[in-house]
Design a protein around this ligand. Structure first.
Ligand code: AMP
Ligand code: ZN
Length: 469
């Protein structure tokens, strides 16, 4: 398999450090808000990559962090008058719900920055000891960028150019820096902010140090793959490399993968620009499998422009595949013969070719767009080669091939069983009874169960009503 490595700017053969295993770190979201569909792009892409690696037989150790200490979190907590942990726990929970809805599997480990402070302090101590960091008069610890000769190697920037550009960018409060390119590892607390004890001052970590520390702790000093959106290349990933390589004395990650942006009207979708849709908003109009198909319909290194039309075409494409699967199930149930004929056996051999083409596409830098077109070809094959005369075995072989390839992409091509109105109403009645009996735990449980079935409850003056999402 070949993957494009931002570090070398070439497609390279994937050669893991340990045979049969892949260690992979994906920078996760800052949790102060519901995630938007731009944040969902790396989640869906790298989850798909992970699934494909597993299908190739690798054991994948997949770590993705939650950044749960940050200016924006503190601001949100102050606005609501609650502790930061109230905000972060709430949005970690919401993020996990969105991931589940998008069929993004939980990581092997989801570390949180606030639970890794000791490791950060240790790494900062080592960097100071080795001369790669220094403590300013107020207790701020800075990374000494000029001490790392390879600084700029990921983003292909030259330190001299950065420094001359950086001088102009120097802002007030940064006059303690030896160099404008130096960045914060630890900073003193401000009034009303969460803080931790450290050898330098009561304070909190800078942003970049958390990923170096979590990656080291859960995956080791050198890992196979580090990934995230392309906005992270500089300075975040560049700084992570500087910290990790100077602390550990070995290369940080062999392959660096970056997804291009999800845009809207050709601008990056982002919280700061306010031009975003949350995954939750999309879910009001579409099943999240449609969003996943939409994301996979473009190569991950190409910008993807979000539009209503593209979502509608993803929706009808999904419908087309599901109809084919439904039809194959129906044919299998009603087949007149069990086993394949010789002619069908020959045709079933052709199914292997679809798998091969699918693998070829995925082996070429995770080309999900081409992999999807193989599935569409397979659906055409199903529609033309399978009919009421086909054997049950052949019907099922074709159906299984569609489901198997879909599953690698995290797509669920088999329609979920229809939820009956009567079942929903029985659950609502039980919930009302539980509430009356003040058994709120059970009432909440039922609400969650219904939510899982795609049912939203609406408390109205005329009583509880419900709708399908
Ligand atoms: P953040 O919470 O902003 O740190 O972002 C979490 C992840 O989402 C990072 O990997 C970002 O690079 C990625 N990301 C944010 N916005 C977009 C976007 N519009 N398109 C693609 N990836 C994005
Ligand atoms: Zn990171």
């Amino acid at each position: 398999m070949k993957i494009y490595n931002t570090l070398t700017r070439t497609k390279q053969d994937l050669k893991p450090i340990k045979e049969g295993e892949i260690s992979m770190y994906v920078c996760g979201p800052t949790v102060y808000n519901l995630i938007h569909i731009g944040n969902a792009r790396p989640m869906i892409i790298f989850d798909t990559f992970r699934r494909y690696l597993e299908r190739k037989g690798y054991k994948v150790n997949y770590v993705s962090n939650f950044t749960d200490v940050d200016d924006k979190i503190i601001k949100a907590a102050n606005e609501e008058g609650v502790d930061c942990s109230v905000i972060t726990e709430r949005y970690i929970g919401e993020c996990k719900k969105d991931m589940e809805g998008m069929n993004v599997r939980p990581a092997t480990v989801h570390p949180k920055a606030t639970e890794e402070i000791d490791g950060m302090i240790d790494m900062i101590k080592t960097l100071i000891e080795k001369g790669h960091a220094y403590v300013a008069a107020d207790g701020t610890v800075y990374y000494r960028t000029g001490s790392f000769k390879e600084y700029g190697k990921l983003s292909h920037k030259n330190l001299d150019d950065l420094q001359s550009g950086g001088r102009a960018l120097l802002v007030t409060g940064e006059d303690q820096k030896e160099d404008p390119m130096d960045f914060v590892l630890w900073k003193p607390k401000k009034e009303g902010e969460p803080f931790w004890e450290s050898p330098w001052c009561q304070g909190r970590p800078g942003w970049h140090i958390e990923c170096s520390v979590m990656s080291k702790r859960y995956l080791g000093d050198t890992i196979d793959i580090h990934a995230g959106g392309e906005d992270l290349i500089f300075p975040h990933h560049e700084n992570e490399i500087a910290q990790s390589e100077c602390c550990n004395g070995v290369p940080f990650a062999h392959y660096w993968l970056h997804n291009a942006f999800l845009n809207i009207d050709n601008h990056k979708m982002s919280k700061s620009l306010g031009n975003f849709f949350t995954v939750r908003q999309i879910e009001e109009h579409y099943e999240l499998q449609v969003l996943r198909l939409f994301m996979l319909s473009a190569h991950y290194r190409s910008p993807l422009n979000f539009s209503h039309d593209l979502m509608e075409s993803a929706k009808s494409a999904l419908e087309r595949i599901r109809n084919a699967v439904d039809n194959l199930s129906f044919l299998a149930q009603n087949a007149k013969t069990e086993s394949m004929t010789e002619d069908e056996k020959a045709k079933a051999e052709e199914l292997k070719k679809f798998t091969e083409r699918f693998d070829e596409a995925m082996d070429d830098d995770i080309n999900t767009a081409d992999a999807l077109s193989v599935i569409f070809d397979l659906v055409r094959f199903a529609n033309s080669e399978v009919n009421g005369e086909s054997s049950k075995e052949f019907d099922l072989a074709v159906k299984d091939e569609i489901l198997m390839l879909g599953d690698i992409l995290g797509m669920q091509f088999e329609r979920k069983a229809e939820v009956l109105d009567a079942d929903i109403e029985a659950l609502i009645e039980e919930r009302q009874a539980a509430r009356k009996a003040k058994n709120f735990a059970r009432a909440d449980e039922i609400r969650d169960q219904l939510a899982g079935m795609g049912i939203t409850l609406l408390d109205t003056r005329e009583g509880v009503k419900w709708k399908r999402n």
